[in-house]
Design a protein around this ligand. Structure first.
Ligand code: 6R9
Length: 573
């Protein structure tokens, strides 16, 4: 199919028709009016996301399509209300979980993950979702740091939970078949079946804890980033403005709830807006993913550069077998969106992929490309209306346009993290002069207010007096026809301070050779500049990545320098 045939007619009006007007005038009190608690005073995320819709015309509308190849299920908002009530009753009757206590969910995506997560929120419990691939040490660190009382997991994964080392873990629920119960271990589905579909929701304060995401910094142990129910304001509003979701959309967010994207925009934002969501379980395959879009007529698709690069690598031959004409809006998060990926999206999918920048710590979208706004390819876009983003120097002074510095946000946006679990000093250390949240990303703003990502502050390379962002070099490497993925680091050098070293994985069927190294180096030299061309290139079958798909440059650096790589719990297998 040709690109133009694939482009769908664009809607007449976007949810955010005029960015500049909203940016100049938005007041979060306006957003508050979208919630039932604005009238009733009764706050709870799970009520707003599920029960409220079950009381309207959306009652019999599908909330969740689930498909992992084996299980294919659908739940309406009314059914979700009942299942989450049941889950809440299971937790209430067989644990002494109380408001503010911590429960973890450690399992692959399944309907039960969503039932138990929302059921726990209905009790006012704080939920910590964990990637299924975590090993014992990672599970232990998180459960012990937050003093978890309850865990929901599977028979396949329980072996990675050091029960004897977690004295405060009162109950473990297993989701699976043929569960042998004990005093501590219960069969989740058995109890779920028997539980009542009525539950009295525990009303909370907007500032009460809701979700706890552990993220790793480049040093030290992972830290628990706590979000509160108030985050719903920004998650709800940004879902309208950025994802542009409407009542008739079929929305697919590919992220696992172990990553903040999989909760903020894989549960909360879309369901707060009463939108039908597709959740695809199981392993990634280009065929399965394209098939899911076709089978469910997905209209809005939110994924990550790493996934787009894998689809790109699978080639357009596969793509031609699927009908993706239902798509209206495609978005990306997690890493810079390489121009090569944008080009692929435009030529092969027929869509401009809209980039969004935010972090676990920010809880919701911060800098984005909105459908009604002109995109500058390579830019992350402009701040969400109601959020003040800027670039500051190391002393916290705002710098003029085109000056590279620290990407910072004025403290106090609705979805801002409220605690680093058990570590108030570490929390405060994020805020420069108490006022600016410093992201750890370096960027600049242009004269029209667009933000341009340069790299993690720690990753920026100083070579022969020139600052080089690894992203720029990686993007150029990706344009080489034989390159699938690339990670670039600065390697200490007595003469130049640092030299640029690139780790490259090749496309299928391409053999590494010295000629190829030379060819790739010249390609960057010609396309970018001599000083940005990697002096060293090493081929790798796979690059080290986080489970959310970020290339782990600090691991590449540690390998290169024979140093300890720090916390590896978030690295994929
Ligand atoms: C949501 C999420 C946050 C870090 C962030 C930045 C990188 C995310 C990006 C991006 C360039 C984008 N990042 N989105 N870099 N362009 N659109 O990813 O949260 O896992 O905490 O990561 O990811 O470096 O600081 P998290």
């Amino acid at each position: 199919m040709k690109t133009m045939e694939k482009l769908r007619a664009l809607p007449m009006q976007y949810n955010l028709p005029n960015y500049e007007v909203a940016a100049a005038t938005h007041d979060w009190v306006e957003t508050e009016k979208g919630f039932s608690w604005y009238e009733t005073g009764n706050v709870n995320m799970a009520y707003e996301a599920i029960d409220r819709h079950a009381e309207t015309y959306r009652k019999n509308k599908v909330a969740l399509y689930y498909n992992d190849g084996k299980r294919k299920e659908a739940y309406t908002f009314n059914e979700m209300k009942k299942m989450t009530n049941k889950a809440a009753n299971v937790l209430k009757s067989s644990t002494d979980l109380a408001k503010g206590d911590r429960m973890f969910i450690f399992m692959p995506r399944s309907p039960e993950l969503y039932f138990s997560l929302l059921g726990a929120l209905k009790m006012g419990v704080i939920v910590g979702p964990l990637f299924e691939a975590f090993m014992e040490g990672a599970v232990y660190d998180r459960l012990s740091d937050s003093d978890a009382k309850v865990l929901v997991t599977t028979p396949e994964l329980i072996g990675r939970v050091p029960l004897d080392k977690l004295p405060n873990l009162q109950r473990v629920f297993l989701v699976g078949d043929d569960i042998e119960e004990s005093e501590q271990i219960l069969d989740f589905n058995k109890h779920l079946q028997a539980a009542s579909i009525e539950f009295d929701i525990e009303w909370v304060d907007r500032e009460d804890g809701m979700i706890l995401h552990y993220t790793s910094g480049s040093t030290g142990t992972p830290k628990g980033v706590l979000h509160v129910h108030n985050a719903m304001l920004q998650q709800y509003q940004s879902t309208q403005w950025v994802l542009d979701l409407r009542d008739d959309d079929i929305y697919w967010c590919t992220a696992d709830p172990g990553w903040v994207t999989g909760t903020s925009y894989g549960i909360f934002g879309p369901w707060l807006n009463g939108v039908t969501m597709l959740i695809v379980g199981g392993r990634f395959s280009p065929q399965a993913w394209y098939q899911a879009i076709e089978d469910y007529s997905v209209t809005v698709w939110y994924s990550a550069p790493t996934a787009f690069r894998m689809l790109m690598g699978a080639g357009s031959g596969i793509l031609e077998n699927y009908d993706l004409s239902s798509l209206r809006h495609v978005l990306s998060v997690g890493e810079p969106l390489n121009p090569e990926v944008i080009r692929w999206g435009f030529e092969e999918l027929g869509h401009r992929i809209h980039d969004t920048w935010w972090m676990t710590e920010t809880g919701a979208h911060m800098i984005c490309n909105y459908p009604s706004m002109d995109i500058k390819p390579g830019s992350m876009g402009k701040p969400l209306p109601g959020v003040h983003a800027t670039i500051v120097d190391d002393s916290g002074n705002e710098v003029p346009p085109f000056t590279m510095g620290n990407l910072a946000i004025r403290r106090g946006w609705p979805a801002m993290m409220r605690q680093i679990w058990g570590n108030p000093e570490r929390y405060e250390s994020y805020f420069l002069k108490g006022e600016w949240y410093v992201s750890g990303d370096s960027a600049y703003m242009d004269d029209e207010g667009y933000f341009w990502f340069q790299g993690r502050v720690d990753d920026v390379i100083m070579t022969a007096g020139e600052r080089v962002g690894p992203f720029e070099v990686e993007s150029k490497l990706l344009e080489h026809p034989d390159v699938l993925e690339a990670g670039v680091i600065g390697k200490p050098d007595p003469v130049r301070g640092e030299i640029i070293k690139a780790f490259v994985s090749l496309r299928e069927g391409v053999e590494p050779s010295d000629e190829l190294i030379e060819d790739i180096r010249n390609f960057v030299k010609k396309g970018l500049s001599a000083h940005a061309a990697p002096r060293e290139i090493e081929f790798k079958d796979k690059l080290p990545k986080t489970r959310s798909g970020k290339i782990m440059r600090r691991v590449l650096k540690a390998w290169e320098l024979n140093l300890p790589a720090g916390d590896l719990s978030t690295m994929e297998d």
